[in-house]
Design a protein around this ligand. Structure first.
Ligand SMILES: [Zn+2]
Length: 268
């Protein structure tokens, strides 16, 4: 006999008497299913805060990101002659243009991924986020949890703290079982430009571009939104039999990132 979800959540909230708590803990020792469920609930409960704070980036985080992009482009300019023109075009674009980006959160230890699509104004470095898929739990649970996390963030941004807390609590109360891969697409005027998939288990970020001009040297950068991680560059290789080019980041460390594209990847 397993512990009911409602009771597991009461355990996570600390709402149980000492004797019931001990009884449940004895059950966790013998029952992997209940243990996993309770660990996941605890994890998401803690994680809601991290997700919210990472998606409402403050000046500090924006400054880090801007600096990292500049660093990555500078390193591309000096280290990879083939990409020099493209990197220079991007540097020229930064400061006046608006680009497309994804924001992603990758935790390889807990195998959790969250992904959002947005546009980025290089002058302001503000994301306007549109959640795509959150790789947490069952598809239904993901959709519901994600909706609540986003709504909670909005409420919090508007100073409605109690409503925000309620949304985030409900997000953390959803049944969370499976793990983290997420997919997103970027369309422009009804045309598919880019597909992105993230796998928290392998630590990979795979990007297909369907709009890269023949002979262009497009690349993507993965920019950490926290300190202590380096930016990464992935170059698109044409898959000749297929109508797309492929770029992959491998062995990506856990963290919060944004993914951006050099001009020739998303420009028509
Ligand atoms: Zn059990």
């Amino acid at each position: 006999m397993h512990i009911a979800t409602q009771d597991l959540l009461a355990y996570v909230r600390g709402d149980l008497s000492e004797s019931v708590r001990l009884q449940y803990e004895a059950h966790f020792v013998n029952c992997k299913k209940c243990l996993e469920q309770v660990q996941n609930a605890i994890y998401l409960r803690e994680y809601s805060d991290t997700i919210w704070s990472s998606w409402t980036a403050g000046e500090h985080r924006r400054a880090i990101r801007q600096q990292k992009l500049a660093d990555v482009l500078a390193s591309v300019l000096s280290a990879t002659p083939a990409l020099r023109n493209e990197a220079q075009a991007w540097i020229d674009q930064v400061g006046r243009g608006t680009g497309n980006a994804w924001r992603l959160l990758l935790d390889r230890t807990a195998q959790i991924t969250a992904l959002a699509q947005g546009s980025v104004s290089h002058g302001q470095f503000e994301f306007r986020l549109q959640p795509v898929v959150a790789g947490i739990g069952s598809p239904e649970g993901e959709a519901e949890a994600w909706k609540r996390i986003v709504r909670g963030s909005e409420l919090l941004a508007n100073g409605r703290f109690e409503d925000a807390e309620s949304e985030l609590k409900q997000a953390s109360a959803l049944d969370i079982r499976s793990t983290g891969s997420a997919e997103g697409t970027l369309d422009h005027c009804g045309r598919r430009l880019v597909d992105l998939s993230v796998d928290a288990h392998r630590g990979s970020v795979l990007i297909k571009s369907r709009s890269l001009q023949e002979g262009a040297c497009g690349f993507a950068v993965l920019i950490p939104e926290q300190e202590g991680l380096d930016g990464m560059v992935a170059v698109f290789d044409a898959i000749t039999e297929e109508a797309y080019a492929l770029a992959e980041f491998r062995d990506v460390p856990s963290g919060r990132y944004s993914v951006e594209f050099s001009p020739s990847v998303t420009v028509d």
